[in-house]
Design a protein around this ligand. Structure first.
Ligand code: UDX
Length: 434
C-alpha cells in the first residue's frame, strides 16, 4: 500500500482540482479548500465546472472512496494536512509582474494552523524567488521558524489534457533548499513512472517560466516562418513537417495560427520579461516573441478585411471558434475573442459559433451575435473565418456552408481545412503560411 499522506490543496480551479483528484487517485487522503462556497457545494456533489477529460470520473472516484473532500477556506483544509499545495491564481499585474496577493493572503491564513513538520508547496506559477517569500510570510504570520518546509513544484498541465499531464508527466520538478523536504514531496509522486528532478527553488521556478517561454517562442517562430512562407510561396505545414523529423526540433508546437493565448503563455511571458527588467537583463528575444504574437492578431484581421473587399465596414463575418484553443471552454486571453472584437470595431457584423463557450463569449464581447449552429453563423456572410481548431468544424457540409454565404471566402487562421478541397468547392481560401 503506498505511503498514505494527508494533502491539502488550496484552490479549486483546473490546476487545483486536477491536483486534488489525481493525488486522491494515487491513494493519498486529500482535502481541497476553496473560498467560493457555491463551488465547494457543487464540487462536494461531484459537479466539475471545468472541461477536463477524465476529471469528473476522478472526482467521483475520490468522493466515493472518501479520499477526496471539499471544504470552505484555506485554513479549514490546511489544518489537518502534512502537505499544503497552493494552487491559487497568480494573474498578471498591471506592470506585467505576477500578482501574488492571493498567495500572500493564503500563506497568512494557513500559517496559524500548520503543524510543525508540514510542508507548503507552491504549485501555482510564481515568480522566481517566491518560495522564499512564502517562507517569510509564514513566519511573519506565526509559523514557528524552521518548523515548516516550503517547496516549489510547478505544474505543467495543458488545459484540456490536465489529468493526463498530471498522471503521465514528462517530468516532476521539485525545488527546495532542504533536500529532506524535497524528498518527502517527491515521495507523493512515487507511483508515477516519471523522472523526478529535485533542485533548488529558484531553478524550479525558472524551469516553469523558461519552459512556457520556450513554447511561446516556438509558436512565434513558426508564425513568423508562416508569414515569410506566404511571400515565397512555401507551405508552412510542409515546412513544419520537414523540420519536425529532427528530434532536436520535434513536431509539436509548430502549428501556425492566430498567435498563442490562454491563461498561461501571455501571462508567463510578461512575468519573465518583468523579472528580466527588474534585474536589468535586456531580454529582447522574448520581447520579440511577444511582439510577433501581438502582430499575428493584426495579420489575421487584415486577411479577413482583404477577403471582405478591403473593408470591414458593413461586412458580415462568420466566426467559427472563440476559445483560446480547441477542447477547452476557456476564453481567457483568447486570440479568437481579440480578433472578433477587432472585427466589430472595424464596423463588421460578426456571427460567431463556438461548441463550448458561445454564450459566455456573448456576455464578454458587446455586439457579438452568437449562434448555436455553425451553419447559422454563415448566413449571408461575406467571409467565414476559422479562429479555433475544433475538430468538428473539419467535417461540416461545405456545399451547404457556401450555399448560405454571400461570397465564398474562407480565412482559415488555424490551417484546419484542406485548401484544395475548399477551392474545389469554389471557395477563395486563405490560410496562414500556405
Ligand atoms: C500551456 C503549457 O502547454 C502547459 O505546459 C502549461 O502548464 C500551461 O500553459 P495551455 O495554456 O493550456 O498550456 O495550452 P497550450 O496547449 O500550451 O496552448 C497555448 C496556446 O498556444 C493556445 O492559444 C494554442 O492555440 C497555441 N498554440 C499551441 C499554437 O498556436 N500553436 C501550437 O502549435 C501550439
Amino acid at each position: 500500500m503506498p505511503l498514505l499522506s494527508s494533502i491539502a490543496v488550496i484552490g479549486g480551479g483546473y490546476v487545483g482540482l486536477t491536483t486534488a483528484a489525481c493525488f486522491a487517485h494515487l491513494g493519498h487522503d486529500v482535502v481541497c479548500g476553496d473560498n467560493d462556497a457555491e463551488k465547494v457545494r457543487s464540487l462536494s456533489k461531484g459537479e466539475v465546472p471545468v472541461l477536463e477529460e477524465g476529471l469528473p470520473d476522478l472526482v467521483a472516484q475520490g468522493l466515493a472512496s472518501r479520499r477526496l473532500r471539499f471544504v470552505l477556506g484555506a485554513a479549514a483544509a490546511a489544518s489537518t494536512a502534512e502537505f499544503v499545495f497552493l494552487c491559487v491564481p497568480t494573474p498578471q499585474g498591471a506592470n506585467g509582474a505576477a500578482d501574488l496577493s492571493i498567495v500572500e493572503d493564503v500563506a497568512r491564513e494557513i500559517a496559524p494552523v500548520l503543524h510543525a513538520g508540514s510542508v507548503v508547496v507552491n504549485k501555482s506559477t510564481v515568480p522566481i524567488g517566491s518560495t522564499q517569500l512564502v517562507e517569510r510570510l509564514l513566519t511573519e504570520a506565526g509559523a514557528m521558524p524552521g518548523t515548516i518546509g516550503v517547496a516549489s513544484n510547478p505544474e505543467f498541465l495543458r488545459e484540456g489534457s490536465a489529468v493526463r499531464d498530471f498522471l503521465e508527466p514528462h517530468r516532476v520538478v521539485i525545488g527546495c533548499q532542504e533536500t529532506e523536504v524535497a524528498v518527502r514531496v517527491s515521495e507523493l509522486y512515487r507511483d508515477l513512472r516519471a523522472p523526478i528532478l529535485v533542485t533548488d527553488a529558484a531553478s524550479a521556478e525558472m524551469i516553469k517560466y523558461a519552459s512556457n517561454a520556450f513554447l511561446a517562442t516556438k509558436i512565434s517562430f513558426i508564425n513568423a516562418i508562416a508569414n515569410l512562407c506566404e511571400s515565397v510561396h512555401a507551405d508552412v505545414r510542409e515546412v513544419a513537417l520537414g523540420m519536425g523529423y529532427d528530434p532536436r526540433i520535434g513536431f509539436e508546437f509548430l502549428h501556425a495560427g492566430p498567435g498563442y493565448g490562454g491563461s498561461c503563455f501571455p501571462k508567463d511571458v510578461q512575468a519573465l520579461l518583468y523579472t528580466a527588467d527588474s534585474v536589468d537583463y535586456d531580454f529582447e528575444l522574448l520581447r520579440s516573441v511577444h511582439d510577433v504574437n501581438q502582430r499575428q492578431h493584426d495579420r489575421i484581421v487584415a486577411k479577413i478585411a482583404a477577403a471582405a473587399g478591403d473593408t470591414l465596414e458593413g461586412a458580415t463575418i462568420a466566426v467559427w471558434g472563440l476559445t483560446f484553443k480547441a477542447n477547452t471552454d476557456d476564453l481567457r486571453d483568447s486570440p479568437a475573442l481579440a480578433i472578433a472584437r477587432r472585427l466589430l470595431e472595424g464596423g463588421a457584423r460578426v456571427r460567431a459559433y463556438d461548441p463550448a463557450a458561445g454564450e459566455r463569449a456573448a456576455q464578454i464581447v458587446a455586439g457579438l451575435d452568437v449562434v448555436a449552429d455553425p451553419y447559422d453563423a454563415c448566413v449571408d456572410a461575406d467571409v467565414l473565418t476559422v479562429l479555433t481548431e475544433w475538430d468538428e468544424l473539419r467535417w461540416l457540409d461545405f456545399e451547404r456552408v457556401g450555399g448560405q454565404m454571400r461570397t465564398r471566402h474562407i480565412v482559415d487562421a488555424r490551417n484546419l481545412l484542406d485548401p484544395a478541397a475548399m477551392r474545389q468547392k469554389s471557395f477563395v481560401y486563405d490560410g496562414v503560411g500556405r
